[in-house]
Design a protein around this ligand. Structure first.
Ligand code: F6R
Length: 247
């Protein structure tokens, strides 16, 4: 189902609250909490609120294990455009998550080892009992993670070629499209679908068209996010702009 909020800040605080409640519930049970995380502009306020809760309310991340959706390929961890850098900047550097609990696809893996690496990433998620809560953004192509149009329903973590529109959208932060990597490592559609709970964030008018297709369109690999329609515990959290074309 979908929920439309007056603005994205209020929505983000609510999503962060759900994540915090889950972390605390798992803590009380003596269990780990496995989070699937996204980068990009959409989740920034959620991370900001989680950091605030850590600093002001004592929310601990000591039992949290994270798996990020994707990383550019090739990409070095030290590069400011890396998702590794993004996650540390916005979340990990400001909370008490043990470094060994953080998993982000490694964009510096040698070409010949990538396939095996992707399989091991997938296996590690399963070995931790799967993802309890998956946070998603959505690209204008309808990608979730970097599962671009054409991605198979049963796809796992793998290499993907980025869609031209995705590279256009990333161009400003890379100071030009020529600097945007052509490939990425991404969790697959099946990886995302196997999460017990999914929350997709959509903000602003420029997401309105793809949000409409995602929620009201036919389920198809042309818009990979439509696969979420079949998930039994997925919520599209939108602001007025992103929800403006829904019937
Ligand atoms: C990022 C990711 C992508 C983004 C999507 C939207 O880890 O998986 O699917 O969520 O490209 O990006 P923003 O939020 O910047 O509009």
């Amino acid at each position: 189902h979908n929920v439309i909020f007056e603005d994205s800040n209020v929505a983000s605080v609510q999503v962060a609250q759900e994540i915090a409640d889950l972390i605390r519930k798992k803590q009380a049970l003596g269990q780990n909490c496995v989070l699937g995380l996204a980068t990009g502009s959409s989740p920034i306020k959620v991370y900001e609120e989680l950091v605030r809760m850590h600093k002001e309310e004592g929310l601990s991340f000591s039992n949290v294990i994270t798996f990020n959706l994707d990383e550019y390929l090739p990409m070095d961890k030290g590069n400011m455009q890396s998702y590794y850098y993004f996650m540390h900047e916005h979340l990990f550097n400001h909370v008490d998550i043990p470094e060994e609990n953080i998993n982000i696809p490694d964009g510096s893996i040698p070409q010949e080892d990538v396939v095996e690496y992707c399989l091991s990433y997938e296996k590690k998620i399963k070995d931790h009992g799967g993802i309890d809560f998956q946070l998603l953004g959505i690209g204008r192509t309808g990608h979730i993670g970097f599962n671009e149009p054409g991605s198979h329903y049963n796809s796992g973590t793998r290499i993907i070629t980025l869609d031209h529109i995705t590279r256009v959208d990333a161009a400003p932060s890379f100071l030009g499209i020529d600097n945007v990597p052509r490939k990425a490592i991404t969790m697959g559609i099946a990886t995302v679908r196997s999460a017990k709970r999914i929350v997709l964030l959509g903000w602003g008018n420029n997401k309105a068209k793809i949000i409409k297709k995602t929620i009201e369109g036919e389920i198809s690999s042309h818009v990979p996010a439509t696969y979420l329609q079949e998930h039994n515990n997925a919520t599209f959290v939108l602001d007025k702009g992103a929800g403006s074309e829904l019937t």
